[in-house]
Write a protein that binds this ligand. Structure first.
Ligand code: SAH
Length: 273
C-alpha cells in the first residue's frame, strides 16, 4: 500500500512501540508507564488489559485497532497509515501492544512502515505471554533436568509457503510454547506425535494468564484437542508443551483472587498510581 504523507509538512512526532505485558498491570515496565503518561494518542490492541488502558491520560486520544473475532478491526495497512498520519500531527504517539511488540506482534512490520515514511521511533519491550504464563503457572520454560531449550511458535499453521517444522518441534529435550494455537490444537498434537513426540508429554493450556481470571488446563499431548475444547477455556490462551509442565503441580503459586460480589467494593483488587 502507498503511504499518504502530508506534502509540505514536517513530521512532528515520534512513535513509541510499547509492550504492555500479558495482563497484570504490575508487569508493565516503568518505561512503558512513563511513556503512556505522556501520550497524546494511543493506538492499542484488543489484548491490552483494561487496567493498563485506564492509565492513559484522559486528554489523550485512544484508538482501538485490535483484532477481536467477529468484530471489525483496522487492517494492518490502515494501522500503518494511521501511525504515520498521527506522527505528522502529534508529538507523542504510542502504539501499545499486548506482551512484547516483537513477539508475534507485527511490531517489525509497523516499524518498517515508519522507516519508509521517515518517522522517528523507539521500542519498549514488554513481558511476552510465554514468560508471564510460565511464571504465573509455575512452569519454568527451561530446567536442567527437563529442557535445554525453548521454542516459541505460532499455532496458526496457515502459511502453505512455510509449513510447520514438526520434526524440529518434536525434540523431547525442548519446551514448545504455542501462541494462537487453540483452534488448531488437533493439528498441533497430531503433527508433533507423528513426528515422534510422545503422546504422554505433559501439556498445559493457560488462559488469561497473569490476570485474576487465569485458568489452567493440564493434561498430555494426546489430550491437547480435548483440553482446548473445554467450554470453560477463555481467550487469550497459550500452550506449553514439554516435560517442564510436570513441575506445575509443585511450583504453582499464583492464586487468582475470587472477587466476592457481595462483599464491600473496596475489598476488590485496586491499584493506586
Ligand atoms: N505480542 C504478544 C503475543 C500476541 S499473539 C506477546 O508477546 O505476548 C496473541 C497470542 O498471545 C494469543 O493467541 C495467546 O496465545 C497469547 N497470549 C497473549 N496474552 C495472553 C495471556 N494473558 N494469557 C495467555 N495467552 C496469552
Amino acid at each position: 500500500m502507498e503511504l499518504v504523507s502530508i506534502p509540505g509538512q514536517q513530521v512532528k512526532g515520534k512513535v513509541w512501540l510499547v509492550g504492555a505485558g500479558p495482563g497484570d498491570i504490575e508487569l508493565l515496565t516503568l518505561k512503558a508507564y512513563r511513556i503512556l503518561k505522556h501520550a497524546e494518542v494511543v493506538l492499542y490492541d484488543a489484548l491490552v488489559s483494561q487496567d493498563i488502558l485506564d492509565l492513559i491520560p484522559h486528554s489523550a486520544e485512544k484508538i482501538a485497532v485490535g483484532k477481536r473475532a467477529g468484530k471489525h478491526s483496522a487492517s494492518q495497512d490502515e494501522i500503518n497509515q494511521l501511525l504515520v498520519t498521527k506522527a505528522y500531527t502529534r508529538k507523542n504517539v504510542v502504539r501499545l501492544k499486548g506482551g512484547d511488540p516483537f513477539i508475534f506482534g507485527r511490531g517489525g512490520e509497523e516499524l518498517q512502515t515508519l522507516v519508509s515514511a521517515g518517522v522517528a521511533f523507539e521500542v519498549v519491550p514488554g513481558i511476552t505471554a510465554a514468560s508471564g504464563t510460565s511464571a504465573y503457572a509455575g512452569i519454568p520454560l527451561t530446567h536442567r533436568d527437563h529442557a535445554q531449550g525453548v521454542t516459541f511458535i505460532t499455532g496458526h499453521c496457515q502459511l502453505a509457503s512455510r509449513p510447520m517444522d514438526w520434526q524440529g518441534y518434536a525434540n523431547p529435550n525442548n519446551t514448545l510454547v504455542v501462541y494462537m494455537g487453540i483452534l488448531n490444537a488437533d493439528v498441533i498434537s497430531n503433527g508433533l506425535i507423528n513426528a515422534g513426540r510422545s503422546a504422554s508429554t505433559p501439556v498445559a493450556i493457560v488462559s488469561k494468564a497473569t490476570t485474576q481470571d487465569q485458568q489452567q488446563f493440564i493434561g498430555t499431548l494426546g489430550e491437547l484437542g480435548q483440553l482446548a475444547a473445554d467450554p470453560a477455556l477463555q481467550m487469550p490462551a497459550l500452550m506449553i508443551i514439554g516435560e517442564v509442565v510436570s513441575l506445575a503441580d509443585s511450583l504453582n503459586w499464583f492464586e487468582p483472587k475470587q472477587i466476592d460480589v457481595t462483599s464491600d467494593q473496596t475489598a476488590q483488587h485496586s491499584y493506586q498510581y
